[in-house]
Design a protein around this ligand. Structure first.
Ligand SMILES: C[S@@+](CC[C@H](N)C(=O)[O-])C[C@H]1O[C@@H](n2cnc3c(N)ncnc32)[C@H](O)[C@@H]1O
Length: 445
Protein backbone atom coordinates (compact mmCIF):
# COMPACT_ATOMS: atom_id res chain seq x y z
CA UNK A 1 0.00 0.00 0.00
CA UNK A 2 1.47 3.35 -0.93
CA UNK A 3 1.16 6.40 1.26
CA UNK A 4 0.75 9.87 -0.15
CA UNK A 5 1.77 13.22 1.24
CA UNK A 6 -1.33 15.20 2.13
CA UNK A 7 -0.41 18.40 0.28
CA UNK A 8 -0.55 19.36 -3.39
CA UNK A 9 0.91 17.47 -6.42
CA UNK A 10 3.61 16.77 -7.50
CA UNK A 11 3.90 14.79 -4.30
CA UNK A 12 6.02 12.02 -2.94
CA UNK A 13 5.04 8.39 -2.52
CA UNK A 14 6.35 5.45 -0.59
CA UNK A 15 6.43 2.39 -2.82
CA UNK A 16 7.91 -1.10 -2.91
CA UNK A 17 9.79 -2.02 -6.08
CA UNK A 18 8.99 -5.49 -7.37
CA UNK A 19 11.08 -5.87 -10.54
CA UNK A 20 13.53 -4.26 -12.97
CA UNK A 21 12.39 -3.41 -16.47
CA UNK A 22 14.62 -4.27 -19.48
CA UNK A 23 16.36 -0.87 -19.16
CA UNK A 24 17.36 -1.67 -15.57
CA UNK A 25 14.84 0.72 -13.97
CA UNK A 26 12.84 -0.34 -10.92
CA UNK A 27 9.12 -0.99 -11.35
CA UNK A 28 6.52 -0.52 -8.64
CA UNK A 29 2.77 -0.74 -8.88
CA UNK A 30 0.59 2.18 -7.82
CA UNK A 31 -3.19 2.21 -8.27
CA UNK A 32 -2.92 -0.64 -10.78
CA UNK A 33 -0.38 1.26 -12.89
CA UNK A 34 3.33 0.73 -13.41
CA UNK A 35 5.51 3.30 -11.71
CA UNK A 36 9.02 3.52 -13.14
CA UNK A 37 11.68 4.25 -10.51
CA UNK A 38 15.17 4.64 -12.00
CA UNK A 39 17.87 3.72 -9.49
CA UNK A 40 15.68 1.43 -7.37
CA UNK A 41 16.04 -2.33 -7.01
CA UNK A 42 13.54 -5.15 -6.53
CA UNK A 43 12.51 -5.58 -2.90
CA UNK A 44 13.39 -2.00 -1.96
CA UNK A 45 11.06 0.33 -0.12
CA UNK A 46 11.68 3.77 -1.59
CA UNK A 47 10.45 7.33 -1.40
CA UNK A 48 9.85 8.82 -4.84
CA UNK A 49 8.60 12.00 -6.43
CA UNK A 50 6.10 11.63 -9.24
CA UNK A 51 7.39 13.13 -12.48
CA UNK A 52 5.21 12.25 -15.44
CA UNK A 53 2.03 10.26 -15.84
CA UNK A 54 1.40 8.38 -19.05
CA UNK A 55 -1.65 6.31 -19.96
CA UNK A 56 -0.08 3.01 -18.94
CA UNK A 57 2.68 4.03 -16.58
CA UNK A 58 4.11 6.90 -14.58
CA UNK A 59 7.71 8.05 -14.16
CA UNK A 60 9.22 9.03 -10.86
CA UNK A 61 12.43 10.29 -9.32
CA UNK A 62 14.04 8.39 -6.48
CA UNK A 63 14.31 10.57 -3.36
CA UNK A 64 15.47 8.04 -0.78
CA UNK A 65 15.98 4.32 -0.37
CA UNK A 66 14.34 3.47 2.95
CA UNK A 67 14.92 -0.29 2.90
CA UNK A 68 17.81 -1.20 0.57
CA UNK A 69 18.06 -4.55 -1.19
CA UNK A 70 20.95 -6.77 0.00
CA UNK A 71 22.45 -6.60 -3.52
CA UNK A 72 22.64 -2.80 -3.50
CA UNK A 73 26.17 -1.37 -3.80
CA UNK A 74 27.40 2.21 -4.00
CA UNK A 75 27.71 3.22 -7.68
CA UNK A 76 31.30 4.17 -8.42
CA UNK A 77 30.70 6.65 -11.19
CA UNK A 78 29.88 10.27 -10.29
CA UNK A 79 27.50 10.43 -13.27
CA UNK A 80 25.43 7.38 -12.35
CA UNK A 81 21.73 8.13 -12.52
CA UNK A 82 22.11 10.87 -15.13
CA UNK A 83 24.21 9.16 -17.80
CA UNK A 84 22.42 6.43 -19.75
CA UNK A 85 25.64 4.48 -20.39
CA UNK A 86 25.18 2.27 -17.32
CA UNK A 87 21.91 1.71 -15.49
CA UNK A 88 22.96 -1.14 -13.17
CA UNK A 89 25.97 0.20 -11.26
CA UNK A 90 23.98 0.15 -8.01
CA UNK A 91 23.50 -3.62 -8.33
CA UNK A 92 26.29 -5.95 -7.21
CA UNK A 93 28.02 -7.41 -10.33
CA UNK A 94 27.19 -11.00 -9.28
CA UNK A 95 23.52 -10.00 -8.95
CA UNK A 96 23.68 -8.31 -12.38
CA UNK A 97 24.79 -11.63 -13.84
CA UNK A 98 22.09 -13.57 -12.00
CA UNK A 99 19.51 -11.13 -13.33
CA UNK A 100 20.79 -11.44 -16.91
CA UNK A 101 20.71 -15.23 -16.65
CA UNK A 102 17.17 -15.18 -15.27
CA UNK A 103 16.11 -12.90 -18.12
CA UNK A 104 17.64 -15.31 -20.64
CA UNK A 105 15.92 -18.25 -18.95
CA UNK A 106 12.58 -16.41 -19.24
CA UNK A 107 13.18 -15.55 -22.90
CA UNK A 108 14.01 -19.17 -23.80
CA UNK A 109 10.78 -20.23 -22.17
CA UNK A 110 8.62 -17.47 -23.67
CA UNK A 111 9.89 -18.04 -27.22
CA UNK A 112 9.57 -21.81 -27.39
CA UNK A 113 9.49 -23.40 -23.96
CA UNK A 114 13.16 -24.20 -24.40
CA UNK A 115 15.55 -24.79 -21.49
CA UNK A 116 19.25 -25.66 -21.70
CA UNK A 117 20.25 -29.11 -20.45
CA UNK A 118 22.74 -27.28 -18.27
CA UNK A 119 23.72 -23.68 -17.56
CA UNK A 120 27.30 -22.54 -18.07
CA UNK A 121 28.88 -20.50 -15.28
CA UNK A 122 28.82 -16.84 -16.35
CA UNK A 123 31.97 -15.52 -18.00
CA UNK A 124 33.05 -12.28 -16.33
CA UNK A 125 36.17 -10.17 -15.93
CA UNK A 126 36.95 -6.82 -14.30
CA UNK A 127 33.73 -4.80 -14.71
CA UNK A 128 35.55 -1.43 -14.92
CA UNK A 129 37.49 0.22 -17.73
CA UNK A 130 36.56 -2.54 -20.14
CA UNK A 131 34.98 -0.76 -23.11
CA UNK A 132 37.33 -0.50 -26.06
CA UNK A 133 34.77 0.70 -28.59
CA UNK A 134 32.14 3.41 -28.02
CA UNK A 135 30.07 6.05 -29.73
CA UNK A 136 29.91 9.24 -27.67
CA UNK A 137 27.58 12.12 -28.37
CA UNK A 138 28.87 15.71 -28.51
CA UNK A 139 26.90 18.93 -28.15
CA UNK A 140 27.90 22.56 -27.79
CA UNK A 141 25.87 24.20 -25.02
CA UNK A 142 25.81 27.96 -25.41
CA UNK A 143 24.97 28.64 -21.76
CA UNK A 144 27.92 26.60 -20.52
CA UNK A 145 30.15 27.87 -23.31
CA UNK A 146 31.38 24.33 -23.65
CA UNK A 147 30.95 21.14 -25.64
CA UNK A 148 29.54 18.19 -23.70
CA UNK A 149 30.92 14.76 -24.55
CA UNK A 150 29.22 11.62 -23.32
CA UNK A 151 26.51 9.03 -23.69
CA UNK A 152 22.88 10.06 -23.88
CA UNK A 153 21.20 10.77 -20.57
CA UNK A 154 19.29 7.87 -19.02
CA UNK A 155 16.08 9.89 -19.38
CA UNK A 156 15.52 12.64 -21.89
CA UNK A 157 18.08 11.79 -24.52
CA UNK A 158 20.40 14.83 -24.19
CA UNK A 159 24.15 14.31 -24.18
CA UNK A 160 25.17 13.72 -20.56
CA UNK A 161 27.65 16.17 -19.05
CA UNK A 162 30.52 13.79 -18.25
CA UNK A 163 33.93 14.48 -16.76
CA UNK A 164 35.02 10.83 -16.94
CA UNK A 165 33.66 7.40 -17.76
CA UNK A 166 34.59 4.43 -15.60
CA UNK A 167 33.50 1.70 -17.99
CA UNK A 168 35.40 3.10 -20.97
CA UNK A 169 39.01 2.01 -21.32
CA UNK A 170 40.94 4.45 -19.07
CA UNK A 171 42.95 5.71 -22.05
CA UNK A 172 39.76 7.39 -23.15
CA UNK A 173 37.51 7.28 -20.06
CA UNK A 174 39.98 9.42 -18.10
CA UNK A 175 40.42 11.89 -20.94
CA UNK A 176 36.83 13.03 -21.46
CA UNK A 177 37.61 16.51 -20.10
CA UNK A 178 40.51 16.91 -22.51
CA UNK A 179 38.20 15.91 -25.34
CA UNK A 180 35.63 18.47 -24.21
CA UNK A 181 38.30 21.18 -24.10
CA UNK A 182 39.53 20.23 -27.53
CA UNK A 183 36.07 20.33 -29.13
CA UNK A 184 35.17 23.55 -27.31
CA UNK A 185 38.20 25.27 -28.87
CA UNK A 186 37.20 24.30 -32.41
CA UNK A 187 35.52 26.85 -34.68
CA UNK A 188 33.16 24.12 -35.87
CA UNK A 189 32.22 23.11 -32.29
CA UNK A 190 28.50 23.42 -33.07
CA UNK A 191 28.78 20.95 -35.92
CA UNK A 192 30.32 17.93 -34.24
CA UNK A 193 27.54 15.57 -33.16
CA UNK A 194 29.56 12.49 -32.34
CA UNK A 195 32.95 10.98 -31.60
CA UNK A 196 33.58 7.27 -31.90
CA UNK A 197 36.48 5.70 -30.10
CA UNK A 198 38.38 2.49 -30.76
CA UNK A 199 41.11 1.26 -28.45
CA UNK A 200 43.67 -1.32 -29.45
CA UNK A 201 46.31 -2.91 -27.20
CA UNK A 202 48.75 -0.11 -28.10
CA UNK A 203 46.80 2.73 -29.74
CA UNK A 204 43.67 4.82 -29.43
CA UNK A 205 41.73 6.19 -32.40
CA UNK A 206 39.14 8.96 -32.30
CA UNK A 207 36.68 9.22 -35.17
CA UNK A 208 35.19 12.69 -35.31
CA UNK A 209 31.93 13.13 -37.20
CA UNK A 210 31.61 16.70 -38.50
CA UNK A 211 28.71 18.32 -40.35
CA UNK A 212 30.68 21.16 -41.99
CA UNK A 213 34.09 21.23 -43.67
CA UNK A 214 36.92 21.83 -41.21
CA UNK A 215 38.99 24.97 -41.64
CA UNK A 216 42.80 24.98 -41.42
CA UNK A 217 42.89 26.18 -37.80
CA UNK A 218 40.57 23.40 -36.64
CA UNK A 219 42.64 20.83 -38.51
CA UNK A 220 45.80 22.21 -36.91
CA UNK A 221 44.25 22.04 -33.41
CA UNK A 222 43.16 18.45 -33.93
CA UNK A 223 46.60 17.45 -35.21
CA UNK A 224 48.29 19.17 -32.26
CA UNK A 225 45.97 17.25 -29.88
CA UNK A 226 46.65 13.95 -31.65
CA UNK A 227 50.39 14.46 -31.36
CA UNK A 228 50.34 15.64 -27.74
CA UNK A 229 47.99 12.85 -26.58
CA UNK A 230 49.48 10.16 -28.85
CA UNK A 231 46.11 9.28 -30.36
CA UNK A 232 45.05 8.76 -33.94
CA UNK A 233 42.38 11.09 -35.30
CA UNK A 234 40.04 10.24 -38.15
CA UNK A 235 37.52 12.60 -39.69
CA UNK A 236 34.09 11.53 -40.88
CA UNK A 237 32.26 14.18 -42.91
CA UNK A 238 29.43 11.84 -44.01
CA UNK A 239 28.50 8.14 -43.77
CA UNK A 240 30.90 5.44 -42.50
CA UNK A 241 32.57 5.21 -45.93
CA UNK A 242 33.85 8.78 -45.62
CA UNK A 243 36.07 7.98 -42.61
CA UNK A 244 39.62 9.13 -43.41
CA UNK A 245 42.76 9.61 -41.33
CA UNK A 246 43.79 13.12 -40.28
CA UNK A 247 46.68 12.14 -38.02
CA UNK A 248 48.76 10.19 -38.77
CA UNK A 249 48.13 11.02 -42.43
CA UNK A 250 48.37 7.33 -43.40
CA UNK A 251 45.81 5.02 -41.76
CA UNK A 252 47.55 2.82 -39.23
CA UNK A 253 45.80 -0.37 -38.04
CA UNK A 254 45.10 -0.97 -34.37
CA UNK A 255 45.58 -4.47 -33.00
CA UNK A 256 44.66 -6.77 -30.12
CA UNK A 257 46.46 -9.87 -28.99
CA UNK A 258 44.93 -13.23 -28.14
CA UNK A 259 47.81 -14.59 -26.05
CA UNK A 260 46.27 -18.04 -25.41
CA UNK A 261 46.31 -18.63 -29.15
CA UNK A 262 49.56 -16.83 -29.95
CA UNK A 263 47.67 -14.46 -32.26
CA UNK A 264 47.65 -10.75 -32.95
CA UNK A 265 44.67 -9.39 -34.90
CA UNK A 266 44.76 -6.07 -36.70
CA UNK A 267 41.69 -3.93 -37.20
CA UNK A 268 40.85 -0.47 -38.47
CA UNK A 269 39.08 2.04 -36.21
CA UNK A 270 35.67 1.67 -37.88
CA UNK A 271 35.75 -2.15 -37.84
CA UNK A 272 33.62 -4.34 -35.65
CA UNK A 273 35.56 -5.78 -32.72
CA UNK A 274 34.09 -7.26 -29.53
CA UNK A 275 33.65 -4.40 -27.04
CA UNK A 276 35.38 -6.02 -24.08
CA UNK A 277 38.87 -7.36 -24.85
CA UNK A 278 39.34 -9.40 -21.65
CA UNK A 279 35.91 -11.00 -21.90
CA UNK A 280 36.46 -11.67 -25.58
CA UNK A 281 39.50 -13.81 -24.72
CA UNK A 282 37.42 -15.81 -22.23
CA UNK A 283 34.59 -16.08 -24.77
CA UNK A 284 36.93 -17.64 -27.33
CA UNK A 285 38.26 -20.09 -24.71
CA UNK A 286 34.68 -20.96 -23.77
CA UNK A 287 33.81 -21.56 -27.43
CA UNK A 288 36.83 -23.83 -27.87
CA UNK A 289 36.06 -25.76 -24.67
CA UNK A 290 32.44 -26.27 -25.69
CA UNK A 291 33.22 -27.49 -29.19
CA UNK A 292 36.44 -29.38 -28.35
CA UNK A 293 37.15 -29.68 -32.08
CA UNK A 294 39.35 -32.41 -33.54
CA UNK A 295 42.17 -32.02 -35.99
CA UNK A 296 40.30 -33.59 -38.94
CA UNK A 297 37.21 -31.38 -38.64
CA UNK A 298 35.84 -28.85 -41.15
CA UNK A 299 34.30 -25.84 -39.52
CA UNK A 300 32.19 -22.94 -40.80
CA UNK A 301 32.32 -19.58 -38.99
CA UNK A 302 29.46 -17.29 -40.02
CA UNK A 303 29.57 -13.52 -39.45
CA UNK A 304 33.29 -13.91 -38.86
CA UNK A 305 34.35 -10.23 -38.86
CA UNK A 306 38.13 -9.90 -38.78
CA UNK A 307 38.55 -13.60 -37.86
CA UNK A 308 38.16 -13.26 -34.08
CA UNK A 309 36.91 -16.87 -33.74
CA UNK A 310 38.09 -18.24 -37.08
CA UNK A 311 41.79 -17.77 -36.44
CA UNK A 312 41.94 -19.33 -32.94
CA UNK A 313 39.93 -22.32 -34.26
CA UNK A 314 42.17 -22.62 -37.33
CA UNK A 315 44.92 -23.99 -35.07
CA UNK A 316 42.59 -26.74 -33.84
CA UNK A 317 40.71 -28.01 -36.92
CA UNK A 318 41.68 -29.30 -40.35
CA UNK A 319 40.01 -26.49 -42.25
CA UNK A 320 37.87 -23.48 -41.42
CA UNK A 321 35.90 -21.10 -43.62
CA UNK A 322 34.81 -17.67 -42.40
CA UNK A 323 31.95 -15.84 -44.12
CA UNK A 324 31.30 -12.16 -43.60
CA UNK A 325 29.17 -9.55 -45.33
CA UNK A 326 31.54 -6.59 -45.11
CA UNK A 327 34.23 -6.71 -47.82
CA UNK A 328 36.80 -4.72 -45.85
CA UNK A 329 36.44 -7.07 -42.86
CA UNK A 330 36.99 -10.05 -45.16
CA UNK A 331 40.21 -8.43 -46.40
CA UNK A 332 41.28 -7.77 -42.81
CA UNK A 333 40.57 -11.39 -41.84
CA UNK A 334 42.64 -12.62 -44.80
CA UNK A 335 45.46 -10.30 -43.86
CA UNK A 336 45.24 -11.45 -40.23
CA UNK A 337 45.53 -15.08 -41.35
CA UNK A 338 48.58 -14.20 -43.45
CA UNK A 339 50.27 -12.18 -40.71
CA UNK A 340 49.77 -15.02 -38.24
CA UNK A 341 51.04 -17.71 -40.63
CA UNK A 342 47.66 -19.48 -40.89
CA UNK A 343 46.99 -21.29 -44.16
CA UNK A 344 43.95 -23.47 -43.38
CA UNK A 345 41.49 -20.57 -42.96
CA UNK A 346 39.65 -19.13 -45.95
CA UNK A 347 37.49 -16.03 -45.86
CA UNK A 348 34.76 -15.04 -48.29
CA UNK A 349 32.31 -12.21 -48.58
CA UNK A 350 28.73 -13.40 -48.40
CA UNK A 351 25.40 -11.78 -47.55
CA UNK A 352 24.16 -14.22 -44.95
CA UNK A 353 20.68 -12.67 -45.00
CA UNK A 354 20.29 -14.08 -48.52
CA UNK A 355 19.23 -17.73 -48.76
CA UNK A 356 20.72 -17.93 -52.26
CA UNK A 357 24.12 -16.74 -51.03
CA UNK A 358 24.11 -19.14 -48.06
CA UNK A 359 22.94 -22.25 -49.91
CA UNK A 360 26.24 -23.20 -51.64
CA UNK A 361 28.05 -22.99 -48.30
CA UNK A 362 25.44 -24.79 -46.24
CA UNK A 363 25.24 -27.60 -48.81
CA UNK A 364 28.84 -28.58 -48.10
CA UNK A 365 29.67 -31.00 -45.34
CA UNK A 366 30.70 -29.39 -42.02
CA UNK A 367 31.37 -30.87 -38.61
CA UNK A 368 30.57 -27.67 -36.78
CA UNK A 369 28.95 -24.31 -37.36
CA UNK A 370 29.80 -21.24 -35.29
CA UNK A 371 27.54 -18.22 -35.70
CA UNK A 372 27.87 -14.73 -34.23
CA UNK A 373 25.23 -12.65 -36.01
CA UNK A 374 24.30 -8.99 -35.55
CA UNK A 375 21.54 -8.06 -33.08
CA UNK A 376 18.80 -9.07 -35.51
CA UNK A 377 19.85 -12.73 -35.26
CA UNK A 378 19.75 -15.14 -38.19
CA UNK A 379 16.42 -16.95 -38.33
CA UNK A 380 16.24 -17.15 -42.12
CA UNK A 381 19.66 -18.80 -42.25
CA UNK A 382 18.84 -21.22 -39.42
CA UNK A 383 15.56 -22.16 -41.07
CA UNK A 384 17.35 -23.49 -44.18
CA UNK A 385 16.83 -27.24 -44.73
CA UNK A 386 20.63 -27.86 -44.81
CA UNK A 387 20.88 -26.78 -41.16
CA UNK A 388 19.17 -30.01 -40.10
CA UNK A 389 22.19 -31.97 -41.44
CA UNK A 390 24.57 -30.36 -38.96
CA UNK A 391 25.47 -31.96 -35.65
CA UNK A 392 26.63 -28.98 -33.62
CA UNK A 393 25.98 -25.27 -33.72
CA UNK A 394 27.63 -22.81 -31.38
CA UNK A 395 25.65 -19.59 -31.30
CA UNK A 396 27.20 -16.41 -29.87
CA UNK A 397 24.85 -13.46 -29.62
CA UNK A 398 24.73 -9.91 -28.32
CA UNK A 399 20.92 -10.00 -28.22
CA UNK A 400 19.31 -12.54 -25.88
CA UNK A 401 15.88 -11.83 -27.40
CA UNK A 402 16.77 -12.88 -30.96
CA UNK A 403 18.94 -15.72 -29.70
CA UNK A 404 15.93 -17.09 -27.77
CA UNK A 405 13.75 -16.74 -30.87
CA UNK A 406 16.34 -18.58 -33.00
CA UNK A 407 16.80 -21.22 -30.27
CA UNK A 408 13.13 -22.01 -30.53
CA UNK A 409 13.51 -22.46 -34.30
CA UNK A 410 16.52 -24.77 -33.91
CA UNK A 411 14.85 -26.87 -31.23
CA UNK A 412 11.24 -26.92 -32.47
CA UNK A 413 11.79 -27.01 -36.24
CA UNK A 414 15.30 -28.30 -36.82
CA UNK A 415 15.44 -31.00 -34.14
CA UNK A 416 18.39 -29.73 -32.10
CA UNK A 417 18.76 -29.83 -28.35
CA UNK A 418 19.95 -26.82 -26.44
CA UNK A 419 22.81 -28.49 -24.58
CA UNK A 420 24.40 -25.54 -22.81
CA UNK A 421 23.81 -21.83 -22.49
CA UNK A 422 25.32 -19.06 -20.44
CA UNK A 423 25.81 -15.36 -19.98
CA UNK A 424 29.03 -13.72 -21.10
CA UNK A 425 29.35 -10.38 -19.33
CA UNK A 426 30.59 -8.34 -22.25
CA UNK A 427 28.87 -5.13 -21.05
CA UNK A 428 28.94 -4.95 -17.20
CA UNK A 429 26.70 -2.37 -15.51
CA UNK A 430 24.50 -2.08 -18.60
CA UNK A 431 21.32 -3.97 -19.34
CA UNK A 432 23.01 -5.67 -22.32
CA UNK A 433 24.28 -9.24 -22.26
CA UNK A 434 26.24 -11.50 -24.58
CA UNK A 435 25.11 -15.11 -24.69
CA UNK A 436 26.76 -18.34 -25.76
CA UNK A 437 24.64 -21.39 -26.56
CA UNK A 438 25.52 -24.85 -27.81
CA UNK A 439 22.98 -26.78 -29.89
CA UNK A 440 23.60 -30.47 -30.60
CA UNK A 441 22.05 -33.33 -32.48
CA UNK A 442 24.37 -36.00 -31.11
CA UNK A 443 25.53 -37.09 -27.69
CA UNK A 444 28.71 -35.03 -27.60
CA UNK A 445 27.18 -31.84 -26.19
C1 LIG B 1 28.53 -9.54 -33.85
S1 LIG B 1 29.62 -9.22 -35.19
C2 LIG B 1 30.67 -10.64 -35.04
C3 LIG B 1 32.04 -10.52 -35.65
C4 LIG B 1 33.06 -11.58 -35.24
N1 LIG B 1 32.49 -12.88 -35.09
C5 LIG B 1 33.81 -11.17 -33.99
O1 LIG B 1 33.75 -11.89 -33.00
O2 LIG B 1 34.49 -10.13 -34.01
C6 LIG B 1 28.58 -9.54 -36.54
C7 LIG B 1 29.24 -9.48 -37.89
O3 LIG B 1 28.23 -9.78 -38.86
C8 LIG B 1 28.48 -9.01 -40.01
N2 LIG B 1 27.20 -8.95 -40.75
C9 LIG B 1 26.12 -8.19 -40.48
N3 LIG B 1 25.13 -8.44 -41.37
C10 LIG B 1 25.61 -9.41 -42.21
C11 LIG B 1 25.06 -10.08 -43.33
N4 LIG B 1 23.82 -9.84 -43.77
N5 LIG B 1 25.81 -11.01 -43.95
C12 LIG B 1 27.06 -11.28 -43.50
N6 LIG B 1 27.63 -10.66 -42.46
C13 LIG B 1 26.92 -9.72 -41.83
C14 LIG B 1 29.01 -7.69 -39.49
O4 LIG B 1 29.77 -7.03 -40.48
C15 LIG B 1 29.84 -8.15 -38.27
O5 LIG B 1 31.18 -8.36 -38.66
Amino acid sequence: MSSRAPNKAPCWLLVTVHELNPKGFGIACVDGRQLIVPGALPGERVKVRLRRRGRRNAHSELIEVLEPAPERVAPRCPHFGICGGCTLQHLDPAAQLARKQQHLRDLFWQHGQVAPQSWLPPVAQDPWGYRRRARLGARFVEKKGSVLVGYREAQGGFVADLSRCMTLHPLIGERIERLRDLLTQLECRRYIPQIEVAVGDADVALMIRHLVALGPSDRARLIAFARAQAVQIYLQPGGPDTLAPLWPAEAKPLHYRLPDWGLELQFMPGDFVQVNGAVNQRLISQAVALLAPEKHERMLDLYCGIGNFTLPFAGLVGEIVGLEGCASLVERAQENARRNGIDNAQFHQSDLASAAACAPWLQQSWHTLLIDPPRSGCSSLLGAPEIARLRRILYVSCNPETLARDASLLVRQQGFQLARAGIVDMFPHTNHAEVIALFVRDKRG
